[in-house]
Design a protein around this ligand. Structure first.
Ligand code: ADP
Length: 402
């Protein structure tokens, strides 16, 4: 049996996919929204049907999982006959701190360790645990696996993950670089490795996850060397609404001048900054292009320029850090769909050995996987749509087989 149920539980939402890892096909997927409030609803879809939506009373995650299992096994719209057709459940868990260096089978000890990481992932880990506990109740005999966003970054060296603060910030408060989007980076890097004409262990790849949240990672032989997000997802690139890396003294100065509380400063940097804050237009790159190209909005152009420059600087610094570069991979909502952004990022990188097929960049349908570099380019560039659910399903299956 090769059907894996992948669960991504948020505080009021729960996404699922049922994936057959033998064929890597998605049999069914869906989303429970507004769990715990009036007006909760289920959206679901199978390989052969269009998206359907219906109201479902879901006072908590336990009921949400029951609703998901009911729709998966429903004689009319379901795709499996009963729960025995599910080999295992794979859960996305955001923060594994230093306790998890790989995906893990869920048992009591694993749950205690995920709880111990709550201070590092206070918004996400409790919600992820609700999803795990709900599945344990509904499917007590089905093995469960936790796949963490942070394990990919656990291979970074101390000289990469430490901050130059008093050492006790690390030993007493776990302040270090963890990195996020790890499952996405790991997935696209492993796909890119298969396409390179080089022994896997020698590959040096930079992966650019450019979405509403954005981060860059680099890996040698598929093992993470560095990544742009830090203790939290705020560090690194300017994002949709996050400021990314700034002079840390700015925080103190602005809190003082604007009289902001901790919570207000947090919102200022996480929700009001990035390309939204710069442009005053939107966090969505489609809106930024429209504002610049149709209305000549200079601040929208500034936001686009700053975003692309930041990505370019990471590519250069990571090539230096790895002692060379074999491929750049671009993924996620902006990377997979925005040809102009790809052009701004990868333009003028011939000096690194990157020769791009600009025609292909223009003509390949949005969301498709393709090789962006010319056949004789020394360094390759790929657009590879990310698939975190498949990566979670693969890990889950590998662990239950072991
Ligand atoms: P999340 O971080 O929420 O998972 P995604 O990876 O789905 O985000 O990326 C969403 C973002 O992708 C949107 O905010 C938008 O900026 C961008 N995007 C989506 N489609 C396009 C497009 N056709 N052109 C440019 N940007 C796009």
């Amino acid at each position: 049996m090769t059907n894996i149920l992948v669960i991504n539980a948020g505080s009021s939402s729960l996404k699922y996919q049922l994936i057959d890892v033998a064929t890597e096909q998605v049999l069914a997927k869906g989303l429970c929204e507004r769990i715990g409030t009036a007006g909760s609803n289920l959206t679901y879809k199978t390989a052969d049907t269009t998206i359907k939506e219906r109201p479902e009373a879901m006072p908590n995650h336990t009921v949400a999982i029951e609703v998901v299992l009911a729709v998966l096994t429903d004689p009319a719209v379901g795709v499996i006959t009963d729960m025995n057709s599910i080999a295992a459940v794979g859960h996305r868990v955001v923060h594994g701190g230093e306790l998890f260096t790989h995906s893990a089978m869920i048992d009591e000890e694993c749950i205690e360790d995920i709880k111990a990481c709550i201070p590092l992932g206070p918004l996400h880990n409790p919600a992820n645990l609700m999803g795990i506990e709900a599945c344990q109740k509904a499917m007590p005999n089905v093995p469960q696996v936790a796949v963490f966003d942070t394990t990919f970054g656990q291979s970074m060296k101390p000289s990469v993950y430490m901050y130059a603060l008093p050492y006790e910030a690390y030993t007493e408060h776990s302040v270090r670089r963890y990195g996020f989007h790890g499952t996405s980076h790991r997935y696209v890097i492993s796909e890119a490795m298969k396409k390179l004409d080089k022994p896997a262990e020698q590959t040096r790849i930079v992966s650019c996850h450019l979405g509403n949240g954005s981060s860059i990672s680099c890996a040698k032989g598929g093992v993470c060397v560095d990544t742009s997000m830090g203790l939290t997802p705020l560090e690194g690139l300017p994002m949709g609404t996050r400021c990314g890396s700034i002079d840390p003294a700015i925080v103190l100065i602005l809190m003082d001048r604007l009289g902001l509380s901790h919570a207000e400063m947090d919102t200022y940097m996480n929700k009001k900054s990035g390309v939204l804050g710069l442009s005053g237009v939107s966090s969505d790159f489609r809106d930024l292009w429209k504002a610049w190209l149709e209305d000549g909005n200079e601040r929208a152009k500034l936001a686009l320029d700053m975003f692309c420059l930041s990505v370019k600087k990471y590519i250069g610094s990571y090539a230096a850090e790895m002692g060379g570069l074999d491929a750049v991979v671009i993924t996620a909502g902006v990377g997979e769909n925005d040809r102009r952004i790809r052009k701004m990022i990868l333009g003028d990188l011939e000096y690194l050995g990157l020769d791009i097929d600009w025609e292909k960049n223009e003509t390949t349908p949005m969301g498709d996987e393709f090789e962006m570099s010319l056949p004789d380019s020394r360094v390759k560039a790929f657009v590879i749509p990310t698939n975190e659910e498949l990566a979670i399903a693969r890990d889950t299956y590998a662990l239950i087989k072991a």
